[in-house]
Design a protein around this ligand. Structure first.
Ligand code: T46
Length: 134
């Protein structure tokens, strides 16, 4: 499967403006159990630096932009998240980092489960080791 999987959201536009509705298991490939958003990120700050063992996520910017680096242990790719109508699917066991946040960036993340620190792999060598046994 391709490392970069975009999900286009249906745009409900009319002469008043635009509206996006996202429904779990319909527009994203999982039931949405949690939503969080990252904003007011300070200049020069990078975030992420982990993979998830079981969590699946879809991320997109409703304002501004940031760059996401994805790494499945074999391939690496950078993408810009700069549109509220297109999200990126972050599958399990994909190391991801976020960089170059614009001042107005609001990064929204839809997640398949509640927060669980035990689901994080925060050590890159450990991530590679676990990827090797998949
Ligand atoms: C991810 C990327 C895209 C919570 O208490 N609940 C939550 O739901 C989340 C997401 C975080 N936290 C706490 C844990 C830390 O004390 O908030 C603090 C900052 O979290 P973290 O350093 O993990 O943030 P990022 O930006 O490095 O990573 C986040 C998500 O944690 C992660 O799952 O995939 O965004």
């Amino acid at each position: 499967m391709s490392l970069v999987q975009w999900i286009d959201f249906p745009l409900r536009g009319d002469d008043r403006g635009s509206l996006i509705a996202i429904e779990g298991t319909s527009n994203v490939p999982f039931g949405i159990e949690r939503i969080y958003y990252i904003f007011d990120t300070k200049a020069g700050v990078s975030r992420g630096f982990h993979a998830h063992k079981a969590l699946q996520q879809v991320a997109f910017c409703v304002s501004g932009r940031c760059r996401m680096h994805l790494d499945d242990g074999v391939q690496q790719q950078d993408v810009w998240l700069d549109s509220p109508i297109r999200g990126i699917f972050i599958d399990t066991m994909v190391w991801h980092t976020m960089h170059d946040f614009s001042q107005d960036c609001v990064l929204v993340v839809l997640a398949s489960a509640h927060y669980d620190e035990g689901d994080y792999i925060r050590d890159y060598e450990e991530f590679l080791k676990q990827r090797a046994v998949i």
